[in-house]
Ligand binder design. Structure first.
Ligand SMILES: Cc1cc2nc3c(=O)[nH]c(=O)nc-3n(C[C@H](O)[C@H](O)[C@H](O)COP(=O)(O)OP(=O)(O)OC[C@H]3O[C@@H](n4cnc5c(N)ncnc54)[C@H](O)[C@@H]3O)c2cc1C
Length: 479
């Protein structure tokens, strides 16, 4: 079998890593094509001011045994366990995140806490009928008042549309089954058994940064005889007789394969396919991605705040999240006494911000960090801007119908395996993209029939739930 993989992010590299284990027997040729000059995609790490940073916060977390085993196989012993500390900044106060009932209500003050409880009770008596939107879904679980404080501003900054226009899939994927009553129950009982998925408080982090996982995968693939072609973007997948038959590179070459695994943006994949029905093309075109601008600030102080990252709900500033790399693992900053912060700004291609010169963006970020009070503008020694296009697939209301048409068409193309965050239009974390890669490889090598489109939709770990501890993999007693 000859196999091509498009994209060397977590999804593509995992697929290639698994396939490379069979090189020389079932597989005769494995080529990975990556548009950029480094592996890791959105999960790469970069060197900045003699320190290591990720593209925003990158916490790896999964309960799936296979995903955790693979991660440990690649990372080896080069990781530390980090005690998670993340909070929400709202109205000049910090609130624990994930939300803890007592902490949230105490921080809001007695009057506001009572109003929030009343608003929650009112919701219980008269629930929102339309729970297909993010607004309806969250309001029913937390009440209107808490929804407005802890969910609305942040989500609207992130997605750039009103929460009433956002599909509830975003909430059900990320907030899962948590509600105010469950948060209160957790606070009262606080037993291990009752810990909700979003309340997990520790995570494993590679000591050389998240991107080191994918460098290691790449090296292993090469050692086993696979080819990684960096700076070799794929222009399109060529379909012949209903089967994905070759990749056409931007450099002009066309190469034939038996299987093609694609993690390139689904919109690009579809618009460049031949003989695609107009309707499908139109639906693919209507899918929307949100971009991120990351502004890194070098600050001349080691003790700015204790969190790995903060969610900034305050509507007066445009930044939505601030990462402090000082609070991940010491190996990232070495001997430096300076901290690196990363401020996230979300926007569309059409927004002025996306087109603004770097210098203007630096100044806006420095102004905001000063205004929030996390660092003084005089402490900022340097700034750097990094743009990530198409990093958030937008779950706008009605997106499911659009993606369904696209998905149904792509499913008819034999030996084309579509995976990844922008590849399959799924709001994936690393674990879900890794799982897609794993499953794609199983479909090809073991003739399995996993429906890759279902991953991160109805995917739950039912048995053998695990967690990564200091000494390796450990079983979890409950899900
Ligand atoms: C700001 C931010 C914070 C995040 N925080 C977390 C977190 O805390 N925890 C977590 O687990 N995940 C987090 N994520 C998500 C994580 O980065 C992604 O889930 C993961 O990188 C997705 O992997 P992927 O392989 O699906 O896609 P990508 O990482 O996007 O990789 C796709 C690859 O395909 C390449 N490519 C695209 N087009 C072509 C082409 N035509 N030809 C060849 N190559 C092409 C790209 O260059 C890229 O390398 C975060 C993401 C962002 C943006």
């Amino acid at each position: 079998m000859k196999i091509a993989v498009i994209g060397a992010g977590p999804a593509g590299l995992t697929a290639a890593y698994q396939v490379s284990k069979r090189l020389g027997e079932k597989v005769s040729l494995l080529d990975v094509y990556e548009a950029s000059s480094v592996p890791g995609g959105m999960s790469r790490s970069v060197k900045l001011w003699d320190q290591t940073v990720d593209l925003g916060p990158h916490r790896f977390f999964s309960k799936d045994k296979k995903i955790n085993e693979l991660w440990l196989e690649v990372v080896g012993k080069d990781y530390s366990i980090v005690n998670r500390k993340t909070r929400i900044f709202y109205n000049k106060k910090f609130f624990d995140y994930p939300i803890k009932a007592y902490n949230a209500l105490k921080g809001l003050g007695i009057r506001e806490a009572v109003l929030c409880m009343l608003s929650y009770l009112k919701q219980k008596v008269r629930p929102e009928k339309d729970t297909s939107t993010f607004e309806g879904w969250v309001t029913n679980r937390f009440g209107k008042r808490l929804y407005s404080i802890f969910f609305k501003t942040y989500s609207e900054k992130l997605w750039g549309i009103k929460c009433s226009q956002l599909d509830s899939d975003f909430a059900s994927q990320r907030i899962k089954k948590l509600s105010l009553s469950e948060a209160i129950k957790n606070a009262l009982l606080h037993t291990r058994r009752n810990k909700h998925a979003t309340l997990v408080e520790q995570f494993a982090y590679p000591t050389s940064g998240t991107g080191s996982v994918y460098w290691k995968m790449m090296k292993k693939i090469e050692e086993r005889g696979g080819n990684i072609h960096l700076e070799e973007p794929v222009n399109r997948v060529v379909v012949y007789d209903g089967k994905a038959s070759s990749v056409f590179l931007e450099s002009g070459k066309q190469i034939e394969y038996d299987h093609i695994i694609s993690s390139m943006p689904i919109t690009h994949l579809v618009e460049r396919l031949d003989n695609i029905p107009e309707g499908v093309k139109k639906e693919a075109k209507s899918l929307k991605f949100r971009n991120t601008i990351l502004v890194y600030l070098l600050v001349s102080r080691p003790d700015l705040f204790p969190d790995q990252w903060l969610y900034i709900h305050d509507p007066d500033v445009r930044t939505g999240r601030i990462t402090n790399f000082r609070n991940w693992v010491p190996e990232l900053y070495g001997n430096s006494q300076n901290s690196i912060l990363c401020m996230e700004y979300w926007c569309d291609f059409e927004n002025e911000l996306w087109r603004s010169p770097d210098e203007e963006i630096h100044q806006a970020a420095i102004h905001e960090i000063n205004r929030i009070g996390l660092a003084d503008r005089k402490e900022v020694l340097d700034a750097s801007v990094f743009r990530i296009p198409r990093c958030y697939p937008v779950y706008f209301k009605g997106y499911q119908d659009k993606i369904k048409h696209v998905r149904d068409h792509l499913k008819t193309i034999r030996n084309l395996h579509v995976i990844g965050r922008y590849g399959a239009y799924k709001y994936n974390n690393q674990d879900h993209s890794i799982l897609m890669g794993l499953r794609a490889a199983e479909n090809i090598l073991e003739d399995q029939q996993h429906d890759l489109w279902q991953i991160n939709t109805d995917y739950e770990v039912y048995q053998e739930a695990t967690t990564i501890t200091k000494t390796g993999l450990s079983g979890l007693k409950s899900n």
